[in-house]
Write a protein of this length. Structure first.
Length: 82
């Protein structure tokens, strides 16, 4: 059981920041002006995904961590536009 939990934590802790970082990168490159490739935004999106998944990484399924990453990326992007 412990090995399965460790694997689940590793997968969830990888998926969520990947999705959040790519979402922020895509939004800044294709949707929001000035439509530039923003590596700083990508890194901050990764950090937002890590923050979003930290509390529940052992208790959610991988598909749920993708949704958590999407929400974390959207929250970060919205907050950074204030």
């Amino acid at each position: 059981a412990t090995a399965n939990t460790a694997g689940l934590v590793a997968v969830n802790t990888t998926l969520s920041p990947c999705v959040a970082g790519l979402l922020v990168f895509f939004l800044r490159a294709k949707v929001l002006s000035p439509k530039l490739l923003d590596v700083g935004g990508f890194c901050n999106g990764i950090l937002a995904g890590l923050v979003a998944i930290t509390a529940g990484c052992a208790n959610v399924e991988p598909w749920e961590s993708i949704i958590i990453g999407l929400v974390g990326g959207l929250v970060y992007q919205g907050a950074s536009m204030l």
